[in-house]
Design a protein around this ligand. Structure first.
Ligand code: GLC
Length: 741
């Protein structure tokens, strides 16, 4: 069955958000009126975004604002500068067109939530949306009405530092996160003074940079682009994202900022997108070093003709578009369309009509911190809990708190934090002292920071461990090792952290490793030595209380991995939705120890010096109880393409604690005109069960859940046999089959 070419993304996408509603006739008339009166300079001024809004405002900037030189500022000024700049734009420029202030409010403004990769680990779009709403409110109160988020680059390469900002490796989960974040930022109306315009970035496929090296080339067949790397962007557009941002990379040799396929064919023609597109920082003039433009005028022409509406920081639009229009190299109508898109957002945000807000300052509140703590709790993934060491009893004698991330507010907040305040952060050390009291917490950082190679602090750490009943090791990455331009060739714990863990393990006490990082790391030996492992990502302002309460059982872990964890960087890229290959590895080839090849044998797709499976699989995460899956049933042996089928299973809590289980639905199209992944996530349900309780979880599967892009880029379903799983992760669970007629 062939769906309409490039059909809207299937399944759970929520209907188009109000914020993305069609333009109103009244607004369009006001836009037409303005454009008719604007000079070409004023038009290309609207298409220009600057970062230079120094405190106090310089006379030069004030004059430029009066002349309509800039349409927007990014990451600039403070609330009073922005209010004064806005007053000048509205009252002292010829046409009174308001400025649009943008900022990187990626995972919080003053209240910092877990990094987006951590938020994806919550598998809780509703909570993620709530957190984005808090961020929007805090930012909008200080004059920011546009955030450069959500970042929607599917990432399957942990070497890439920006995996921290991504929704992980899966387009289904990524699409739900996209819609949730757009709704949270934009609310039900952009005119709401607490709303900010969202920006789906970095369009597109930036996460597939060769070698995991930031800004590097991306070579990708259109089929993979459409199947994996575009859906989350489509979900954002469907949810009404007000803007898109082009990425730094070339896609198949063409820079994203000049890419007609992405910007015209897909975004405008297929998706009927009516927001505006901003380039990334200097990305327009970077076409010259890309080897795609001869000079900045050529770059401006190519970007404008491809469909970039606003240039971030570089000034090639302002400097060259008027002459290019004169010379007939850029169509005047194209300039008017770009300005129209920009003005439309300013009208939708109410910037033309609302009173200029007095400069205000927002702060974290008990309510915002409660949301931050809840999301940090639900983002944390329990990877190991040997002998049910966790949760710890509050009657415990004392604990040793060791490691460079136990008391580091800035690192705990993670990458892309522009307005988070260290003084608002509660670290794990502080939170544990609040629960246990100073006397029962023996603290020794052991290392100055995550990269420290000195062992000078080891003896104090060993001493702290010897006095305690349990060792809590806080390890991982400093925040400066994560994010933009932070690609790593190795994924191990930096510095002497493994050595610190060994030194402390020698004390012979039960050990819990809590890892804060902006990416999947490899820590096999540490995980072997520890009794329990919690992965907290960079958990944000309330990460301390969240972790302390998890450790002592006031809450229970429910996070599930949104990305596959490799055993070694040598396996990258590694992800669950892979193809079978013609020679899938045999289970007998499991367990190959890392390092030197042993008994090389067998001609299958694996490594001769490492177990080919991941260290931890997609969707995996433990809780403080045990869930049993039983009684899988498929409603019929086959279904017509126009019909549906239901798949059910019983989930029972077999443990002593109540817990949250994220029940996942995967399908495998066994034979198709394009080989399909061995599993693809098609749904999930979060259920909460008390001990001995059982819940039947049922999923309905329709033909569009089985659709995939064929060689002719058509979204199709094909008759044949399907495998279906209801599972706790991407490799286990109960399997059934059915046939699509
Ligand atoms: C940066 C990032 C982008 C960010 C922009 C503004 O280089 O690539 O994600 O929004 O510039 O800071």
């Amino acid at each position: 069955m062939v769906f309409r070419k490039r059909a809207a993304l299937a399944v759970l996408l929520l209907s188009a958000g109000a914020a993305g509603a069609a333009p109103t006739p009244e607004i369009e008339k006001r836009i037409d009126d303005l454009i008719a009166r604007m000079t070409i300079q004023e038009k290309v001024g609207q298409m220009s975004q600057s970062t230079s809004l120094a405190t106090p405002l310089s006379e030069r900037i004030k004059q430029e604002i009066r002349q309509g030189r800039w349409g927007s500022f990014l990451n600039a000024g403070n609330p009073s500068d922005r209010a004064e700049a806005q007053r000048i734009a509205r009252q002292e420029s010829r046409l009174g067109i308001p400025l649009l202030f943008g900022r990187d409010v990626i995972h919080g403004y003053h209240t910092i939530f877990p990094i987006p990769l951590g938020q994806a680990a919550s598998w809780n779009p509703t909570l993620v949306q709530q957190a984005a709403r808090v961020a929007a409110r805090e930012a909008a109160a200080e004059g920011i009405r546009w955030t450069f988020a959500p970042m929607l680059d599917i990432a399957r390469d942990p070497r890439w530092g920006r995996i921290a900002e991504s929704p992980g490796e899966d387009p289904f989960l990524g699409s739900l996160m996209a819609a949730a974040l757009v709704r949270g930022f934009q609310g039900t109306s952009l005119a709401d003074p607490a709303s900010v315009a969202a920006c789906a970035k970095h369009y597109a496929a930036y996460g597939a940079a060769e070698g995991g090296r930031d800004y590097n080339s991306v070579w990708m067949p259109e089929l993979l682009l459409r199947q994996v790397y575009l859906p989350a962007f489509h979900a954002a557009a469907e949810a009404g994202a007000a803007t898109f941002m082009t990425s730094f990379n070339t896609l198949n040799g063409v820079p994203a900022s000049a890419n007609h396929f992405l910007l015209r064919e897909v975004l405008r023609n297929d998706w009927k997108y009516d927001g505006f597109v901003v380039s990334d920082y200097n990305a327009v003039i970077e076409m010259v070093p890309h080897g795609y433009a001869t000079d900045e005028a050529d770059a401006a022409r190519k970007a404008a003709n491809a469909g970039v509406d606003m240039e971030m920081v570089s000034t090639s639009f302002f400097d060259h578009l008027p002459a290019l229009v004169e010379a007939g190299k850029v169509d005047r109508k194209l300039i008017d369309d770009a300005v129209r898109d920009i003005l439309r957002l300013k009208f939708r945000l109410g910037l033309f009509d609302a009173a200029i807000p007095a400069p205000a300052v927002s702060r974290v509140t008990p309510e915002s911190l409660a949301v931050a703590e809840r999301l940090a709790t639900e983002s944390t993934v329990l990877l190991k809990n040997r002998g049910d060491l966790l949760p710890l009893a509050s009657t415990i004698g004392s604990v040793a708190v060791i490691g460079p991330l136990a008391d580091s507010p800035v690192d705990q907040m993670g990458t892309w934090v522009t307005d988070g305040r260290a003084e608002d952060v509660t670290t794990p050390l502080a939170a544990l002292r609040q629960i246990l009291g100073q006397q029962r917490v023996h603290y020794a950082p052991g290392l100055q920071n995550s990269r420290d190679t000195s062992r000078a602090g080891f003896s104090a750490a060993r001493e702290a461990a010897s006095r305690a009943d349990v060792v809590l090791l806080f390890l991982g990455e400093e925040e400066i090792l994560s994010g933009e331009a932070r690609s790593r060739a190795f994924l191990n714990l930096p510095g002497a952290q493994e050595a610190l863990a060994d030194a402390v393990a020698a004390a012979g006490k039960p050990m819990v490793a809590i890892i804060m990082a902006g990416r999947p790391l490899t820590f096999h030996d540490l995980a072997e030595k520890a009794n329990a492992v919690l992965y907290a990502w960079h958990p944000g302002t309330a990460g301390g209380p969240a972790l302390a309460k998890l450790l002592f059982g006031q809450t229970a872990p429910s996070g599930r991995l949104p990305v596959t964890f490799p055993r070694s960087v040598g396996q990258v890229p590694i992800y669950y939705a892979h193809l079978s290959t013609g020679r899938p590895p045999l289970t007998s080839e499991l367990g190959v120890p890392a390092g030197t090849p042993v008994k090389p044998s067998g001609y299958t797709s694996r490594y001769i010096d490492l177990d080919y499976t991941p260290e931890y699989r997609f969707g995996y995460g433990l809780s403080y109880t045990r869930f049993e899956y039983s009684n899988l049933r498929v409603s019929a042996p086959s279904m017509p393409a126009s019909g549906a089928i239901t798949v059910s299973a019983d989930i029972t809590n077999r443990g002593k604690h109540e817990g949250v289980e994220t029940v996942q639905l995967y399908i495998h199209d066994v034979t198709a005109s394009v080989a399909q992944p061995v599993r693809v996530l098609k749904g999930f349900r979060r259920i909460e069960l008390k001990p001995n309780a059982t819940e039947t979880v049922t999923f309905s599967i329709g033909a569009n859940d089985l659709a995939f892009y064929n060689e002719r880029m058509q979204l199709v379903t094909e008759p044949g046999r399907f495998e279906v799983w209801i599972a706790p992760d991407a490799e286990s669970g109960l399997m059934g089959t059915f046939t699509l007629r």
